[in-house]
Ligand binder design. Structure first.
Ligand SMILES: [Cu+2]
Length: 167
């Protein structure tokens, strides 16, 4: 089925596809599987005008060793838990602000990406002076569109062998 989009419908889609100046986004959005990756989560704003007091990030179960960024003026709490292999791992990281923050803020996480191509999601619970925002919606396909509170994501592309061929 082919839809021809013109006029207002197309404009609406283009608008929705604009990487939110707001929301919680991940950079980069793509990285090779099986490598050490640093993903930076950017929290664009508070909760409906209320400044941010804490950010809690749920880490993908398939991520290996994890190293969250130490940030001045934020305390960091690591939540250990059991990975799929039964080993202890970091399941969640929380940054708590010394003072409520109204401006955009970034949080970097370095980790060993799993070796198979897949999309990793980083659901975020944002706590504000007033209220919370749950950036936890997982879309059917890797996209920020169509969801009110999408979880930031990173797509792992197939690892490239020395020959230049995908493995
Ligand atoms: Cu937003």
């Amino acid at each position: 089925m082919t839809h021809k989009l013109t006029g207002p419908a197309l404009a609406a889609i283009l608008l929705a596809a604009t990487p939110a100046a707001a929301h919680v986004t991940a950079t980069p959005t793509e990285a090779p599987a099986g490598t050490k990756v640093t993903v930076t989560l950017r929290v664009g704003h508070g909760c409906e005008g209320s400044p941010t007091t804490a950010i809690r990030v749920e880490l993908p179960l398939s991520a290996g060793w994890v190293n969250p960024e130490s940030k001045a003026d934020w305390d960091q709490v690591i939540q250990p838990g059991q990975g799929p292999d039964g080993r202890l791992r970091t399941v969640e990281v929380t940054w708590k602000a010394h003072r409520p923050v109204a401006t955009p803020e970034t949080f970097a996480i370095t980790f060993d990406a799993p070796s198979t191509a897949q999309t990793l999601y980083f659901p975020v619970i944002q706590t504000c002076q007033t209220g919370e925002a749950h950036w936890t919606q997982i879309p059917a396909e890797a996209a920020m569109t169509g969801l009110e509170h999408p979880a930031p994501f990173l797509t792992l592309t197939p690892a490239v062998a020395a020959s230049g061929q995908p493995q």
